[in-house]
Design a protein around this ligand. Structure first.
Ligand code: ATP
Ligand code: MG
Length: 230
């Protein structure tokens, strides 16, 4: 069994009195070292699939295994604990907290996890890796979109997750910044999250930009909730 294993996952929503599957019997296996891209049109179910994979949204049907464990068998508190420890999540759009500096934002998941040790030192190292350590003391409103995205990526890596999930991490970024971020994800998949042990990490992203696909090792398409290998 893979690190992350989605089995026949569905999410039903109702709109205008009519039920539909935003995600429809999706199955996927993610191994350490994988860099998987899912491409699909707006509304095809990509964010819904990622949210279920990250322990943020309970599926209507199907199972999410992480490290062999069926995560939705856990209670909500256990799920958030698990997510904070094992999964780095870069949400779609701007997600930094505006009243905290960049460095403090990056540290937040560490303190939620009640870890001991040098959070700020690791946060600063990660800001160096994503190329914005000079902005550590700045506030989110003083950053460009690409800089905020880099800070959100550093924040997702602070707890050394086994899986990094990113929802359209390069939408609205220029070609060069996109290439930088995709190269960084490739390095994370191969070499881990810049921790001492340097274990491999899996990376799972969704995108609707075709030119980002070449960075990954596997591509899937999402179409009206159906996930297929491309
Ligand atoms: N809470 C909800 N209630 C009802 N319908 C929803 C809900 N959340 C999402 N949907 C619908 O489910 C479908 C899939 O949404 P989702 O956000 O997963 O798409 P997406 O592929 O991520 O799109 P985008 O590329 O625009 O981010 C859409 O039709 C959306 O309107
Ligand atoms: Mg989306």
């Amino acid at each position: 069994m893979g690190l992350l294993e989605l089995r026949e996952l569905s999410k039903e929503y109702k709109r205008g009195g009519r039920a539909f599957n935003a995600v429809d019997h999706a199955s996927l296996s993610v191994e350490p070292g994988d860099f998987i891209s899912i491409i699909g049109r707006s509304g095809s179910g990509k964010s819904t699939l990622l949210n279920m994979s990250a322990g943020l949204l309970r599926p209507t049907q199907g199972t999410v295994f992480f490290g062999g464990k069926d995560i939705y068998q856990l209670n909500d508190k256990e799920i958030s604990w698990f997510r904070n420890e094992k999964i780095g999540y870069v949400p779609q759009g701007q997600s930094l907290l505006s009243n905290f500096t960049v460095l403090e934002n990056v540290c937040i998941p560490w303190f939620l996890f009640k870890r001991e040790g040098d959070a700020e030192g690791r946060a600063f190292l990660l800001l160096e890796k994503v190329g914005i350590s000079h902005l550590a003391a700045s506030y989110p409103k003083e950053l460009s979109g690409g800089e905020m995205r880099r800070a959100a990526i550093a924040r997702a890596l602070i707890n050394e997750p086994g899986l990094l999930i990113a929802d359209e991490p390069t939408s609205d970024l220029d070609v060069e910044t996109t290439a930088d971020i995709m190269t960084l994800f490739g390095a994370i998949a191969r070499e881990g999250t810049f921790n001492r042990t340097n274990n491999q990490t899996a990376v799972l992203i969704v995108t609707h930009e075709l030119d980002t696909l070449s960075y990954g090792n596997k591509t899937y398409t999402m179409d009206s909730g159906a996930l297929r290998a491309a």
